[in-house]
Design a protein around this ligand. Structure first.
Ligand code: MG
Ligand code: MG
Length: 247
């Protein structure tokens, strides 16, 4: 496993902060009628204006900078001429390469101003699941502890987590060891060590956790077409505990 030095974590902290600022702008730009490829163009411009590079463009053949996944799409949705509609649940997932290191983060938002209580609950539970996972990621704990804490919390709220898509280590590569599932057995899996940097990214579903391939050829969707939310932070395990780098 690839542990990072404090100097490397400092670079990732800088990159993570830039990524968070870019996501703030993108989230504020989500509105009824915008094409998802417009959000992708904005992401490209914002990234190059900050001297960074997109992590996902051409990664495993993905032809865009930003992943935009809507409603039953879980992750990896391809930006297109499709327009956002009132009440859509949109997930924006973005990675950037800055000074040699990748950071990765995702947000979930509801399009428009109409109250959607069940969708908002799904987003709130996903956000809290990520918080629970991060709080559990203390040095000496295991990734099984982290996944277990996320899954138990999500189940307690009446939802479930996707099994086939998981978080990951991150650094000079966007996907590094270890795997970071959103489920697990306490005490099992790799032990969290100082200098580990991981992306924790619960994908929380209203229905069943089984997934299928989406019609755009890139997105994964829920097999039952029910809604899915996704929120992600890149975090470092430091002497002071887990630190969110993408804020
Ligand atoms: Mg991501
Ligand atoms: Mg990720």
């Amino acid at each position: 496993m690839n542990l990072k030095t404090p100097q490397e974590i400092e670079l990732m902290r800088e990159g993570g902060h830039i990524l968070a600022e870019i996501l703030d702008v993108l989230v504020a730009s989500v509105k009824v009628g915008i094409q998802t490829k417009e959000l992708d163009s904005m992401a490209q411009e914002l990234i190059s204006a900050r001297g960074a590079k997109p992590s996902f463009l051409n990664y495993n053949g993905f032809p865009a900078t930003l992943c935009v996944s809507i409603n039953e799409e879980i992750v990896h949705g391809l930006p297109s001429e499709r327009k956002l509609k009132d009440g859509d649940l949109v997930k924006l997932d973005l990675g950037i390469l800055y000074k040699g290191f990748h950071t990765d983060s995702a947000r979930s938002v509801i399009v428009g101003s109409t109250q959607r209580l069940q969708i908002q609950k799904l987003i709130d539970v996903t956000a809290e699941a990520l918080c629970v996972g991060i709080k559990t990621a203390q040095p000496g704990k295991t990734l099984g502890d982290v996944g277990h804490a996320i899954h138990e919390y999500v189940k307690s709220q009446g939802f479930d987590v996707v099994r086939d898509l998981i978080g990951h280590g991150i650094g000079t590569e966007v996907h590094e060891e270890p795997e970071v599932p959103n489920y697990g057995k306490p005490g099992h899996g790799p032990i969290l060590k100082l200098g580990m940097v991981i992306a924790i990214e619960p994908m929380v579903v209203m229905g069943g956790y089984r997934i299928a391939n989406g019609p755009d050829g890139y997105a994964y969707i829920t097999a039952d077409k029910k809604l899915s939310a996704h929120i992600e932070h890149t975090i470092a395990i430091t002497g002071n505990g887990p630190e969110i780098l993408t804020k």
